[in-house]
Write a protein that binds this ligand. Structure first.
Ligand code: ADP
Length: 177
């Protein structure tokens, strides 16, 4: 299998995805929030928040672009990878690099934990206001770059909650077919 047939696109709710790891667009406190973060904690149950609190107690808040891993609680996934996306400001504050780091670091953490499949939401494109088209370009480019360098991941699933993100990711994925 080559890197080009290792990506999937799904429209819907990431909490329902069967993947070894699903990624949460968390905030640096890891204490839960709105959007996909709220949905994951609600559906996964309290074990996820407990695990997040332990991580923060041990190593402090999670920095933008970094990722940490916890149980997935009651979700069908094995793990949740919590990554902190950048808040969009004006594009001159390293937003693109930081968003790229979210995807890279999440994939690396998945690999380090023997995951074969990972599902991503559209990190930073909600409350953090990252422009959706640019976010889609970065997400697909980075995912393909990482896939080109590893044999350890079989599948990366882009899970888009809204039509606009779905169309932008689709447009970008088509460039790799
Ligand atoms: P951020 O703070 O990183 O912007 P948000 O959760 O506000 O995080 O939004 C990130 C993306 O997650 C948005 O595109 C939003 O539509 C999407 N989203 C919200 N709920 C879900 C869900 N249950 N499954 C997948 N994606 C979701």
């Amino acid at each position: 299998m080559n890197q080009f047939n290792k990506t999937d696109l799904v429209k819907g709710d990431i909490t329902l995805i069967y993947a070894d790891a699903i990624v949460n667009a968390a905030n640096s406190s890891l204490l839960g929030g709105g959007g996909v973060d709220g949905a994951i904690h609600r559906a996964g149950g309290p074990a996820i928040l407990e695990a997040c609190k332990k991580i923060v107690a041990a190593q402090g808040n999670c920095k933008t672009g970094n990722a940490v891993i916890t149980t997935a609680g009651n979700l069908p996934a094995k793990f949740i990878i919590h990554t902190v996306g950048p808040v969009w400001n004006d594009g001159l504050h390293d937003e693109a690099t930081r968003l790229a780091n979210c995807y890279k670091n999440s994939m690396q953490l998945a690999i380090n934990n023997q995951c074969k499949s990972i599902a991503f939401p559209n990190i930073s494109t909600g409350i953090y206001r990252f422009p959706k088209k640019l976010a889609a370009q970065i997400a697909v480019q980075v995912v393909h770059a990482v896939l080109a360098q590893t044999k350890d991941l079989d599948k990366v699933i882009f899970v888009c909650f809204d039509e606009e993100n779905y169309n932008y990711i689709r447009e970008q994925l088509l460039l790799y077919i």
